[in-house]
Design a protein around this ligand. Structure first.
Ligand SMILES: Cc1cc2nc3c(=O)[nH]c(=O)nc-3n(C[C@H](O)[C@H](O)[C@H](O)COP(=O)(O)OP(=O)(O)OC[C@H]3O[C@@H](n4cnc5c(N)ncnc54)[C@H](O)[C@@H]3O)c2cc1C
Length: 278
């Protein structure tokens, strides 16, 4: 049984921002696939504000030289969108692997980011794309890099009066890009390990390597030391081995020695080796 709460369904963003300012203990409700599960387990909120009627909050378009994805776009919409497929393929692939068709029809990219699970599938691809989140309130709007937005597992820097309205994504057209995850099953299972990548190469050398790893550390991360090391190095040589060792050392440093690392680390090493070989 869910605890008692009132619901609001604003039809404009302006009304939504006023409600967020004025109501005490209000939670934004997007697809509800995280929030309602938490409330079913005892989490209590006085008001839920359903953002399903807000026009344009699920648009995917170009603007300011970047790809703009509305926070209320469902995983299904992100997965199927042509712009996302061509400019942020890893995000398209990751969105197509979330949960099950039912979850992808309900769950949104914004909810995935604000929930900030270490296993959230959209975080690693968005890190690869240097994503920024746009947070709006009655007091104004701010743009925050995703790597600063998530401050701890299940914790972000969003304020109670703010609405996440869109995500700005740097295009990686021309890069070799992908997303792989390891889970207990192919569907209805969260990632135990995930890797997103966008790699530019020329004449057998890495020009730029962007990697992000999820479910191994408290917050998904970019191994920037290994990325910088790989730039300019020969593909298929000893450099990949050195970079993989750097990544694994970084994970052990951030997470300590976890029982799951007995299988996760060898699987991650093999996955990274495959990805870097292309
Ligand atoms: C069976 C099942 C399987 C799942 N499998 C996966 C999986 O494989 N991979 C994965 O990553 N996730 C998975 N999830 C988790 C979940 O579906 C996703 O995290 C989803 O993207 C959450 O989005 P939502 O719209 O449902 O968020 P909600 O549940 O509506 O909201 C989640 C949180 O974000 C806040 N919020 C939502 N939108 C906004 C906004 N625009 N501005 C401010 N705050 C906002 C809410 O207040 C709440 O705190 C699964 C969940 C279930 C129940």
């Amino acid at each position: 049984m869910l605890p008692e709460f009132s619901t609001q369904r604003p039809e404009t963003k302006e009304v939504a921002l006023t409600l967020l300012r004025d109501l005490k203990d209000v939670k934004v409700l997007a697809g509800g696939t995280d929030l309602l599960v938490r409330m079913g387990r005892g989490s209590v909120h006085a008001h839920l504000m359903d953002i399903g009627a807000l026009a344009d909050l699920d648009c995917i378009e170009h603007g300011n030289g970047t790809l703009l994805v509305g926070a209320a776009a469902t995983h299904r919409k992100v997965h199927e969108d042509h712009l996302v497929r061509t400019e942020a393929k890893s995000l398209s692939l990751a969105s197509g692997l979330v949960g099950s068709p039912q979850i992808r029809n309900m769950g949104t990219i914004g909810g995935n980011l604000v929930n900030a699970s270490p296993a959230a599938d959209s975080i690693a691809p968005l890190l690869v794309h240097d994503a920024k989140v746009v947070l709006e309130s009655e007091a104004g709007s701010r743009r925050v890099a995703l790597e600063e937005f998530i401050v701890a597992p299940y914790k972000t820097s969003i304020r109670d009066d703010e609405l996440l309205t869109r995500i700005e994504i740097k295009s990686c057209e021309g890069y070799r890009e992908g997303y792989r995850r390891v889970a207990k099953r192919a569907a209805w299972a969260i990632s135990r390990l995930s890797v997103a990548w966008a790699i530019k190469e020329e004449a057998g050398r890495f020009v730029e390597v962007r990697l992000a790893i999820g479910s191994c550390t408290p917050i998904p991360f970019r191994p920037k030391d290994a990325e910088a090391y790989l730039a300019g190095k020969e593909k298929g040589g000893q450099a990949s081995r050195v970079a993989i060792d750097m990544i694994v050392s970084g994970i052990r440093l951030a997470s300590g020695e976890r029982p799951s690392f007995v299988y996760k680390i060898p699987v991650l090493e093999a996955l990274l080796d495959e990805i870097l070989r292309g």
